[in-house]
Write a protein that binds this ligand. Structure first.
Ligand SMILES: [Ca+2]
Ligand SMILES: [Ca+2]
Length: 198
């Protein structure tokens, strides 16, 4: 039985080798390690939050409505999590540089408070308090891209209960404003991605 307080994270030397070499032929992994998280982890996002060249993890967790940050040591280990308040029901997290300062930031989809939390990274592994932007009902997923070709990172948010994709326009300084939403049918959109069709 899976303990919901734990997230099993396969952090293995072989994975690091694949990342460094881009070797798609590697097909096996060593035994994984489990790391304690706050209650009910929902997703994992990867980035280098303290600029040491080692991958770190952001794990949105239902309780206590936070995103847990694990700083990696580069050999498969992680420091105990430090949590940052995110909003109601953190469901998904994505890493991007929203204010173009070269430091990784995080956005979290909050399915219970119907918003997206943006946490600006300081580059030391810590984050500024979350700024929350209204999305649709029960946002489950975020995709990041420059959607209007202004050079700033924007977000598309899949809202599972309002059956829409919200577009949040980035200002390049970490701020976002709503650019409306697009209906996508009635079958609970729970994920989205960005691609160019022409
Ligand atoms: Ca790091
Ligand atoms: Ca940044």
């Amino acid at each position: 039985m899976i303990d919901v307080r734990m997230v099993r994270v396969l952090v293995l030397s072989l994975i690091a080798m694949v990342g460094l070499r881009g070797d798609a032929r590697a097909q096996s992994f060593a035994v994984g390690h489990a790391f304690a998280t706050p209650v009910h982890p929902n997703a994992i996002a990867v980035g280098d939050f303290n600029g040491d060249g080692h991958q770190d993890l952001a794990v949105p967790c239902y309780s206590p409505n936070a995103v847990a940050i694990f700083l990696g040591n580069g050999v498969g280990g992680f420091a105990p999590a430090v949590s940052y308040a995110a909003g109601g029901g953190p469901r998904f997290a994505v890493v991007a540089d929203f204010n173009a300062d070269g430091r990784a930031d995080i956005a979290v989809a909050n399915q219970d408070s119907n918003d997206v939390a943006v946490l600006i990274g300081t580059g030391t592994g810590e984050f500024e308090p979350a700024v929350r932007i209204t999305a649709g009902l029960r946002p489950f997923h975020i995709a990041v891209s420059d959607l209007n070709n202004d050079g700033h990172v924007d977000m598309a948010v899949a809202n599972s209960a309002s059956h829409t994709i919200s577009v949040l326009r980035g200002d390049g300084f970490g701020g976002f404003s709503s650019a409306g939403s697009v209906p996508v049918g009635t079958n609970r959109p729970e994920s989205c991605c960005v691609f160019r069709s022409n």
